[in-house]
Unconditional design. Structure first.
Length: 625
């Protein structure tokens, strides 16, 4: 046995162990009872099924006059016509028990699907920001979709079909041994063994093809979702053909793997048919010879044929079950791999809720790096007194946004501490920490729902009046009222139906609704034009009044009124003080201020020039360069 085979079998066993809680759910006696009753019905169905060939035999003997029905049958059933009726009635009863089994087990299977899907969804939200920055959304959704479908197949087939199928084999072997001799048992045993052996070997061979098909499918879906999410970028660069080629290349690999999957299935089915055919030929040939010798009746010949045909059904089903289970395991093993990804940030066992008294935030000798070879923060020390505003500015890559991520505890610091009212953020629960902090990010992404839903997201139990009040404070209430559908207006994918300023106002409104004691503004206006920025800044001043506020800023004009401005450079504090103090110092802050002022003045001159045609040739208000 190769190392690869051993590894695959170990992975299969581990996946089955992971599945067991869903097959036999803890704390759900009602579902366990359903499993047991469904199993009883299936066993009864198998026992009833054994009677079917007997009625066929008795009817045949009655018609051929070679033997009388057994004495224990009621007289009303002794005639050939009634035996035929009884034969079909028993088949109907057997089907009825099988359908009762499926109906009872439906809730168990769907409960398993729901629980695994829920657990995976919750786990995805528990994983760190690092994981979500590296994820492939399309591929991730495909893995979850296949995994939730696969568990229903595995749970259903493992519990409801393995034991009853073995019972049917045992009953058939006992009947053949008792009525016709061990030679028939040997023929059946060899046929079953060869059938199962061939099915397992062929199915194991097909698993590799199935994995390749899944990988190609995941890759194609990833490219499709990524391309659609970046629809505007594709249009900006006129790269529709390139995106189509990339997608088609992945689909070509999927096509090849899927074709080989179906081709290999054809060979598997053909091989199973050959083995079954050889076994039936041997048993039927032997029975035919005995009929000619007078040691068996035609009814016995028909009985053996019916038993073998009946036995071929679970044999085919065993092949199907094994294939489905192996393919299901292949489909969901990636899902369990996701569940095995550890959460980078966890609550400590003794973590307690954050208790806010004043809301003082302190960074003490904080060091952090995403990569050990590239430190981002190098011993940062500063304090945001309760109710005050502190701004952090600096060149790109200085570590400004990292400070906001650490305060929100998207990552844990590698050295030093971050405290709120003296409580280390690592000692409190993440839920209570994030409940105390409101965030207005630079890039506001909205849910593809109504404006009211996106504002109410700050506090889901808020009333309609509170939502409207928050929108008014964020200076977007009048705009919403002017829309045909008002607060029921859909904002589109990621809020793209709204302008940048409108999305920012929605973000501010939901933060106002949340009413947190600590506010974090992460470059909340840097993506906006100067006029919109001034309007948004007024709304931000309203929401930050009386709150402990940390402002991460690129445009220095937005932090003039801050109680303290911290200038970062290369992960260290280069300067700190109020706006006027930093300007008079003539350092990095003053240099940044002069550059931004020159850029603003140039922008203003260009705007006026466009209006007065001072640049010469003007096309539709735009200067020709």
């Amino acid at each position: 046995m190769t190392e690869k085979t051993v590894s695959a079998e170990g992975s299969t066993l581990q996946t089955l162990r992971n599945l067991w809680p869903y097959m036999w759910p803890t704390g759900r006696a009602d579902l366990k009872r359903r499993v047991l009753i469904a199993t009883v019905f299936l066993v009864v169905a198998k026992l009833v099924l054994v009677l079917v060939p007997y009625f066929f035999k008795w009817a045949t003997n009655a018609l051929s006059g070679e033997g009388a029905p057994p004495s224990f049958l009621p007289a009303i059933l002794a005639g050939p016509i009634m035996l035929v009726v009884a034969y079909n009635l028993v088949r109907v009863i057997q089907v009825g028990f099988n359908q009762l089994r499926d109906a009872l087990f439906a809730r168990v299977g769907q409960h398993a699907v729901r629980q695994l899907a829920y657990r995976t969804f919750v786990h995805m939200h528990d994983l760190s920001l690092r994981f979500h920055l590296e994820r492939r959304t399309g591929g991730l959704s495909r893995i979850i979709e296949r995994g939730t479908k696969g568990i229903d197949t595995i749970v259903r087939f493992t519990i409801l079909n393995s034991l009853p199928t073995l019972l049917e084999f045992a009953l058939a072997a006992g009947i053949f041994a008792f009525a016709y001799g061990w030679i028939y048992v040997a023929i059946v045993a060899v046929t079953v063994w060869l059938y199962i052996w061939f099915t397992i070997k062929a199915s194991d061979w097909r698993i590799g093809i199935r994995r390749e098909m899944n990988d190609s499918d995941t890759d194609a879906n990833t490219k499709a979702i990524d391309s659609l999410l970046n629809f505007e970028t594709v249009k900006y660069f006129n790269n529709e053909d390139m995106e189509a080629r990339r997608f088609d290349k992945s689909m070509a690999r999927y096509e090849d793997a899927a074709t080989r999957t179906w081709t290999s299935l054809g060979w598997l089915n053909f091989g199973q048919g050959v083995i079954l055919g050889l076994g039936m030929t041997a048993a039927m040939g032997l029975s035919a010879w005995e009929v000619m010798q007078g040691t068996q009746t035609v009814g016995d010949f028909v009985f053996i044929n019916a038993m073998l045909m009946q036995l071929s059904i679970p044999l085919n089903f065993i092949g199907f079950v094994y294939r489905e289970i192996r393919q299901g395991l292949t489909d969901i093993e990636q899902m369990f791999d996701l569940l095995d990804v550890p959460a980078e940030v966890n609550d400590r066992p003794d973590a307690r809720p954050l208790a806010i008294e004043k809301g003082t935030v302190r960074f003490e000798n904080v060091r952090f790096s995403y990569d050990p070879e590239r430190p981002i923060l190098k011993g940062i020390n500063f304090e945001i007194p309760a109710g005050r505003t502190v701004a952090v500015v600096g060149p790109s890559g200085a570590g400004k946004s990292t400070i906001s991520r650490l305060l929100f505890r998207f990552y844990d610091v590698q050295d030093g501490t971050i405290t709120i009212d003296g409580q280390d953020v690592r000692d409190v629960t993440q839920k209570s920490l994030r409940s105390a902090i409101g965030m207005v990010p630079q890039d506001t992404v909205l849910f593809n729902d109504t404006i009211a839903y996106n504002i109410r997201y700050g506090r889901p139990d808020a009333t309609e009046e509170e939502v409207r009040h928050a929108a008014d404070l964020a200076q977007i209430g009048a705009f919403i009222e002017s829309l045909p559908d008002g607060y029921r207006t859909m904002v589109g994918e990621r809020g793209l139906k709204l302008s940048g300023g409108e999305k920012q106002r929605v973000a501010i409104a939901r933060t106002i609704l949340k009413a947190p004691p600590i506010l974090l503004l992460d470059e909340a206006t840097s993506a906006l034009d100067t006029h919109t920025e001034r309007e948004i800044q007024t709304a931000l001043d309203t929401v930050s009044r009386g709150r402990t506020t940390l402002v991460i800023a690129h445009r220095l004009s937005t932090v003039i009124g801050a109680d303290e401005i911290i200038v970062l450079k290369g992960g260290e504090i280069a300067e700190r003080g109020r706006h006027a103090e930093l300007l008079s110092a003539g350092g990095l802050y003053a240099e940044m201020w002069d550059r931004q002022r020159e850029a603003t003045e140039a922008e203003e001159r260009l705007r006026k020039a466009r209006e007065t045609d001072e640049l010469g040739v003007v096309v539709r208000g735009e200067p020709a360069y």
